[in-house]
Design a binder for this molecule. Structure first.
Ligand code: ZN
Length: 475
């Protein structure tokens, strides 16, 4: 009779690849560190709901961790900590290395904008029949419009007044604040028309109007009294008039705080985790450096969600300009070729999230190649759509370097792709970084419900991301 054995095949052990759930491998100490890190991340998320607010939080963190604005930096000593901002929506944190910048830099680049509803330039109106006041919006980035109705929303942003002075506005986050909402049609009346629409049209763009008031102002001569009540209130509180909306950037975002998800509190549910989870992890990782070999940079870009156009996005000259500034600190008469060499010898992580397998919709993924929450940092060789079109397809040699680095340092990692072949697609800033001829690959955690008003991440993946970014910089 054959002996019963529980032994694994040695050959299988040696040759096959297995992905392991991060939680299985964490010691008690590591679990505690994971939960502690997640608490701090939630505080950041709660305060950084827009790209402008993210920049404010990053500057605050940078100043508390010894980073100085470049204008105040003299000379280029290894370990010098610098930050450079661009129009309040784009920022870079830098730690100078022991090697010259010309030898190349270690760069981690994330984005700090997130899908939302932007107010139009003439947003406020009073509906004639219902006497309700509303804001017109134009959605920003890839949203499923029906997800934005029937929930408390907040207004965040800035208004530039006629005299050029500006004011920041946040309404809807304090429990005593009023909130706002987009109203949907009730089930009793939706069968004949709305129920027949296809899902993307369930709520149409011009139906994303935000409810902001219903009380008429006490002014017998006024024609649109409910609208005027709102305008008068805004004028008393912020000193603004209707024309000031034309010079404002006001964003409608989900109101409320990040939450732990699950009985075991192992996940986080919050707005804007794409891509502030990477922004936060890279911000804390770069602050852990003392004197790295390579000059290390954490970049935080705006406008990724609408194609990285505009002067606060990765496609502006911000990166080239800042690298020029860094070289100039030690070499004021440098030639253009020095700048080009510095960029093309650099290594970058396009630190962005990817869509994790959702147990309710598994069939859009090819499960052997799909990323899952709880399995660590995801290296995504290519994104794009329809035959890798419009994607940065990272070099095997570069991914090989990361593989060795992560394995050596016991960083949990997995591979990822966006979905089944020809199922859909998307892109990140990787291809724009590659235009500088640097090595770059997408590398960040996977989220469930990507781009929803409430996105889900795993605390284990967040911590793995932070640890992975740290060893990348220290390399
Ligand atoms: Zn993203």
């Amino acid at each position: 009779m054959a002996k019963k054995t529980k032994k694994k095949s040695k050959l299988e052990e040696k040759l096959t690849r297995k992905e392991k759930l991060v939680w299985d491998k964490l010691s008690k100490k590591e679990k505690n560190a994971t939960f502690k890190f997640s608490q701090d991340y939630k505080v950041f998320l709660a305060k950084a709901k827009t790209e402008r607010e993210a920049v404010v939080e990053i500057i605050d963190f940078a100043q508390n961790n010894g980073f100085k604005p470049i204008e105040k930096v003299k000379g280029a000593k290894p370990g010098t900590r610098i930050y450079i901002t661009n129009r309040k929506k784009n920022i870079a944190l830098i730690v100078l290395g022991t090697e010259p910048v010309e030898n190349g830099m270690n760069i981690i680049a994330s984005h700090i904008d997130a899908p939302r509803l932007d107010l139009k330039q003439n947003p406020l109106y009073e509906d004639e029949d219902t006497k309700l006041a509303l804001f017109k919006t134009h959605y920003y980035g890839g949203i499923k419009k029906y997800q934005w109705v029937n929930q408390p929303l907040a207004v965040h942003g800035c208004v530039v007044r006629g005299d050029g002075s500006a004011t920041d506005i946040i309404i809807g986050e304090d429990p005593d604040d009023p909130a706002f909402t987009v109203t949907d049609l009730e089930p009793h009346l939706y069968h004949k028309k709305q129920a027949k629409r296809k899902l993307p049209e369930g709520i149409k763009g011009e139906e994303l109007n935000v409810l902001v008031g219903s009380v008429p102002i006490e002014d017998d001569d006024a024609k649109v009294k409910v609208k005027l009540w709102v305008l008068n209130h805004l004028n008393e509180k912020y000193g603004i008039i209707e024309e000031d909306f034309t010079t404002a950037e006001l964003e409608i975002v989900p109101a409320g705080m990040p939450r732990d998800i699950g009985f075991d509190r192992s996940m986080i549910g919050a707005y804007g985790q794409d891509d502030r989870i990477c922004a936060y992890a890279s911000m804390v990782a770069i602050a852990s450096l003392k004197k790295p070999k390579k000059t290390s940079i954490a970049l935080f870009f705006d406008k990724e969600e609408i194609g990285s156009e505009g002067n606060t996005a990765v496609r502006s000259r911000f990166l080239e300009n800042l690298v020029g500034e860094l070289i100039e600190l030690s070499n004021p008469d440098y030639r253009d070729s020095v700048l080009r060499r510095a960029l093309s010898r650099s290594k970058a992580l396009s630190s962005d999230v990817t869509g994790a397998v959702n147990p309710n919709f598994k069939d859009v993924h090819e499960i052997k190649n799909a990323p899952k929450v709880g399995y660590g940092l995801v290296i995504t060789k290519f994104t794009g759509t329809g035959g890798k079109y419009s994607s940065n397809d990272a070099n095997a040699e570069y991914i090989g370097e990361l593989r060795r680095l992560f394995n050596k340092n016991k960083i949990p990692w997995q591979t990822g792709e966006l979905g089944k072949v020809d199922e859909g697609g998307g892109g990140t800033i990787a291809k724009f970084l590659a235009e500088h001829n640097m090595e770059v690959v997408d590398c960040g955690p996977a989220l469930i419900s990507l781009h929803a008003p409430f996105e889900i991440s795993s605390k284990a993946d967040l911590y793995a991301t932070y640890q992975g970014y740290k060893v990348f910089y220290k390399n």
